[in-house]
Design a protein. Structure first.
Length: 140
């Protein structure tokens, strides 16, 4: 199955990517070397509000989502990833962070559950973009 191959790839490559970029996250389009400034620019653009449900679709090792959760402790962040290995790397001690092992093409959430959804370098990895857009539209 293709998802098994993808999960195996992430299990085998996550540490290499982190070492290559000397970080716990890989963001090719990072605009600042200071990650806190980078996260502030993104969170300001997304205008997170208290009580919202936010989906980090394809969260990788979760660094941006955890950073946002610390900045917005009254906002719920759902970090979705098909890789159990990458999810195991995430600090899940925050009360407003929920780790979900799932394919973002088929989310187990009710219609209109999320207030906002973001993809940080994960949308391009979808093999079924039309299906993904329909799913995102459904849960927004």
């Amino acid at each position: 199955m293709i998802l098994d191959k993808i999960c195996e790839y992430y299990k085998n490559s996550t540490e290499s990517w982190a070492n290559l970029f000397d970080a716990n996250r890989v963001e090719c389009f990072r605009f600042f070397t200071d990650l806190s400034l980078h996260d502030k620019v993104i969170s300001d653009a997304l205008c997170f509000k208290s009580g919202e449900n936010i989906l980090d679709a394809g969260c990788g090792v979760g660094e941006p989502g955890v950073s946002f959760a610390k900045l917005f402790p009254d906002t719920n962040f759902y970090l979705v990833n098909i890789s159990k290995y990458q999810l195991s790397k995430i600090d899940s001690t925050l009360d407003n962070v929920y780790l979900i092992n799932s394919d973002f093409h088929s989310l187990n959430f009710s219609d209109e559950f999320f207030d906002k959804i973001y993809f940080l370098e994960s949308f391009s990895h979808s093999l079924f973009k039309r299906k993904l857009i329909k799913e995102v539209y459904r849960v927004l």
